[in-house]
Ligand binder design. Structure first.
Ligand code: NAD
Ligand code: ZN
Length: 248
């Protein structure tokens, strides 16, 4: 069989042949849903930098300031819907041994999975739409708008202060989630990487681990990344344009 000169066709062939594929996504997969990046337009908030707000120290110092920032981000993201790339990935994962790993906290893969009836993604960095108790560690879905006008959110179980269930700068990732992601990477025969600069570790290491295991890498990103040199196919196009076609 001769290899197609069309990179989209080649990507489709790699992914169609895969028996245990893994997908790793980052902020770029949500760009066409209108989710702002930290640093893009609208990425600044009251002249605070995310690095100064998304930390355990910031929360200890001023939990109200941090909660107000998260309430603002939740309201922006609440208006965003999964795009064609999220939906195609969710359909692809339905009834197949696909492991979807994301660095995003916007919940859009989870929403697309609910709509498609496919397994939820591994959200390595947590979710804007969950809370975690600073006392008893209980995690809860929290989709309703937050009322911060009086007290900050407190745990219904133990009364302690709740925090957003996201991984802050300087915090470790959840061991169980990481282990699941690396287990899937270690047996992957293909890895689809969409919309990540692949510089935030350990998330990017998931793709590297799949390469070590012999997986063929397909990258979707308008810009080159450190993974591009290892890609079997690199598609320099926006995710919502190209992902549905390569997973069709
Ligand atoms: P990043 O901002 O470092 O990289 C985004 C990548 O997406 C870039 O390589 C860019 O070229 C690419 N891109 C831009 N538009 C695209 C499109 N339409 N289609 C495909 N690719 C596109 O993001 P990252 O690698 O996810 O790392 C940033 C960190 O910030 C993560 O830890 C993440 O948790 C956090 N974050 C999350 C969100 C979110 O939940 N949506 C948004 C901003 C930041
Ligand atoms: Zn509690």
């Amino acid at each position: 069989m001769t290899e197609s000169p069309d990179p989209v066709e080649r990507a489709r062939a790699v992914l169609a042949a895969a028996r245990r594929p893994i997908a790793l996504t980052g902020a770029g997969v949500s760009a066409e849903s209108g989710v702002p990046t930290f640093r893009g337009p609208g990425g600044l908030w009251r002249r605070h930098r995310p690095e100064d707000l998304a930390t355990p120290e910031a929360f200890a110092r001023d939990p109200r300031l941090v909660w107000e920032w998260y309430a603002w981000r939740r309201e922006i993201v609440r208006g965003c819907r999964p795009n064609a790339a999220h939906r195609a990935l969710a359909r692809w994962a339905r009834g197949r041994a696909v492991t979807l790993v994301t660095q995003n906290v916007d919940g859009l893969h989870a929403e697309a999975a609910r709509e498609a009836g496919s397994p939820p993604p591994i959200e390595l960095h947590g979710s804007l739409f969950r809370t975690r108790c600073t006392g008893c560690d209980a995690r809860r879905a929290a989709r309703a708008p937050l009322d911060l006008s009086a007290a900050l959110p407190a745990c219904a179980e133990c009364g302690a202060l709740l925090r957003p269930d996201v991984v802050w700068f300087g915090e470790p990732l959840d061991d169980g989630l990481l282990a699941r992601a690396f287990r899937a990477a270690a047996s992957a025969d293909a890895c689809l990487v969409v919309g990540t600069s692949a510089i935030v570790h350990p998330a990017a290491s998931v793709a590297v681990a799949s390469l070590r295991a012999g997986a063929a890498l397909v990258e979707v990103n308008p810009e080159p990344t450190p993974l591009s040199a290892h890609a079997a196919v690199a598609l320099r196009r926006p995710a919502a344009d190209v992902v549905p076609g390569i997973l069709a």
